[in-house]
Design a protein around this ligand. Sequence first.
Ligand SMILES: CC(C)(COP(=O)(O)OP(=O)(O)OC[C@H]1O[C@@H](n2cnc3c(N)ncnc32)[C@H](O)[C@@H]1OP(=O)(O)O)[C@@H](O)C(=O)NCCC(=O)NCCS
Length: 162
Amino acid sequence: METSYTIRKFVPNDLQAIMQVNRVCLPENYTDFFFIDLHQRYPETFILAEENSKYLGYIMCRIEIGLSNLGLGGLTRKGHIVSIAVMPQARRKGVAQAVINQALEGMKYYKAKQAFLEVRVTNEPAISLYKKLDFEISRTINGYYSDGEDAYVMTKKLDPKP
Ligand SMILES: CC(C)(COP(=O)(O)OP(=O)(O)OC[C@H]1O[C@@H](n2cnc3c(N)ncnc32)[C@H](O)[C@@H]1OP(=O)(O)O)[C@@H](O)C(=O)NCCC(=O)NCCS
């Protein structure tokens, strides 16, 4: 499989194109302020993939402080994957894996000890992807999505940067 895409950090000039990838791929859409705010606060975890100036996908995250559900004790810094999507024609080429792995490095840069995300309980491609990257289902949130669907919370421990 050809893997000629590039992985890099988001810059503000990418905003409209990334909002379009988000609209094509997900029902959860956000204002331009939301994207820019996450980029300003956590630039190391807002990553995109492109190929020949075409946008293939992105991930954006934020760092939160909360109780660890992985026995890490007390309040823990956690990297929250807020949104990730890959354009339909670019799927199954490892793009999502690549942007997640880069974002996990960014989370470690912000000293997060674990990563987590919410995923629709019927979203089998995404659940398979996260399991492949060693995320585990830690709980279910009933009615998490605006259409009433439940979410799994999936969590992964992060090894500290050497
Ligand atoms: C989920 C999504 C991001 C995956 O992107 P992707 O670039 O195709 O994923 P990758 O190529 O990196 O896949 C890595 C692994 O994930 C799993 N996987 C990905 N898509 C899969 C599918 N459709 N069916 C089963 N497993 C799948 C496989 O284990 C795959 O490894 P393999 O191709 O060697 O078998 C993409 O399908 C997408 O954008 N979906 C719509 C938006 C969405 O659901 N976002 C997640 C919201 S929580």
